[in-house]
Design a protein around this ligand. Structure first.
Ligand SMILES: Cc1ncc(COP(=O)(O)O)c(C=O)c1O
Length: 416
């Protein structure tokens, strides 16, 4: 029950990595005052911690190494095509070096972007949906690896590039995701991947065009946390049934790509994925096949590497609800608008301020759905104060638009 006088403690989960509180009580990132950055650059502003993407990728690689998994990591480019971030990931290893990070791409534009930012074609893995003949014009012009996600794609690529080495993206009919919308497979068929009832048709098309299948790919969904490791494992178990059938058809599978999907905590009561337990699950199910396990995380690498700053422009009661209005909109942070996933929001001047009310945090786009959080415990806040929307490093900048001719957010980058 809530009512007058109810309070909520300030969240604490975010106090890791470069986030801290200054002697004056202000929120800092890598020692920099976020209030000062907001004053200097204006809202909306993304602030990236350049150390985090590397730390996150190394954490995953470390767990895989400890578990004795033969692995390959690629970065899901769609989560952050920003060249400054890509330079950090490129810096983790030269092409082919241990610990280097390849590229997971999903469109011709991403292929060209990866090449332009220093990736070699053989480090690039394309897994796309509803790939057109025009898309194939670009994809087939480069010696990248292509995973085919439907019988039609196998047929059309096979006609144009007979004999090419490819992968098959399957639909494991089980998924894991932070919300139902972020689960990419389940009982109801989704648009991704070759379903069990179509695998023979896909393999027949492979045969017809003399394609060589060296990879099986699946992606269970995005943003899943520690409590969904079992759901991921169900998807992986189902995927190995496809693998058995592909192997029985005579294909030498060298890589099983388990997609991305690892989430990051955003609340005090959420459990992070235990990376060692994840690596053990991978090892248990894939080691018997002697394949390389491939990973293509996006949000896990980027999510906590960025924060979005905005200013409170209005605080107003409407029909019994307090609306906290920001000078930022869903055009730069669509996570609640699209996924109903609300970010933790901190006041920059005093992030540990006790939370005294349930509010709706709304944006400056002329749509009723332009909100960042509803029924969200928040402190008393004044117009003109700066706030930070945490975990804004993945996808948001890439998904931004100039809807209502509101500008996209600027970005600044902090070394640690
Ligand atoms: C095929 C594929 N791989 C990797 C990813 C990256 O997912 P995430 O950012 O959840 O790690 C996605 C996301 O949609 C995807 O569709």
């Amino acid at each position: 029950m809530t009512g007058p006088g109810t309070t909520w403690p300030a969240p604490r989960w975010w106090r890791t990595g470069g986030y801290d509180i200054s002697a004056g009580g202000e929120l800092t990132l890598n020692g920099a005052s976020l209030s000062a950055l907001l004053r200097e650059h204006g809202a909306p502003l993304f602030v990236y911690d350049l150390a985090r993407p590397a730390e996150n990728m190394r954490a995953l690689q470390g767990a895989l190494q400890r578990a004795g998994v033969t692995y390959r990591t690629r970065f899901a480019l769609k989560s952050c095509p920003d060249p400054r971030i890509l330079a950090v990931l490129r810096g983790l290893g030269a092409p082919g070096a241990p610990g280097s990070v390849g590229m997971d791409v999903c469109s011709p534009g991403e292929v060209l972007h990866a090449l332009a930012n220093g990736w070699e074609a053989d480090e690039i893995s394309h897994t796309g949906t509803n790939v057109s003949e025009r898309d194939l014009d670009t994809l087939l012009a480069h010696p990248i690896h292509i995973n085919l996600d439907g019988v039609s794609q196998v047929e059309r690529l096979g006609r144009r590039a007979p004999g090419r080495t490819v992968g098959l993206r399957i639909n494991p009919a089980a998924g894991a995701g932070f919300t139902a919308a972020l689960s990419y497979a389940g009982e109801r068929p989704t648009k991704f991947g070759i379903t069990a009832d179509r695998l023979d048709d896909a393999l027949a098309a492979v045969e017809r065009h003399s394609l060589v299948v060296d990879t099986m790919h699946f992606h269970a969904g995005s943003g899943w946390l520690g409590d969904q490791l079992g759901s991921f494992e169900s998807a992986l178990r189902n995927a190995t049934r496809f693998l058995d059938r592909i192997l029985a058809a005579g294909h030498e599978i060298r890589e099983v790509n388990v997609g991305g999907g690892l989430g990051g905590v955003a609340r005090d009561d959420e459990q992070p994925v235990d990376l060692d337990a994840y690596a053990q699950v991978i090892r248990e199910h894939l080691a018997p096949y002697g394949v390389t396990a491939a990973f293509e995380p996006g949000d896990f690498v980027m999510k906590n590497a960025g924060v979005m700053l905005a200013e409170v422009v209005s605080v107003e009661r409407r029909g019994g609800t307090t609306f906290v209005g920001l000078d930022a909109g869903w055009n730069v942070d669509c996570s609640y608008f699209i996924y109903k996933y609300s970010k933790e929001i901190l006041t920059l001047a005093d992030p540990m301020r006790e939370r005294t009310q349930l509010v709706t945090v709304a944006g400056h786009i002329n749509e009723a759905g332009d909100v960042f959080a509803e029924d969200y415990p928040f402190p008393d806040v004044a117009e003109g104060e700066g706030v930070a929307l945490l975990n804004a490093g993945g996808y948001l900048a890439a998904m931004s638009s100039t809807h209502c001719l509101r500008p996209m957010a600027k970005a600044v980058y902090l070394e640690r």
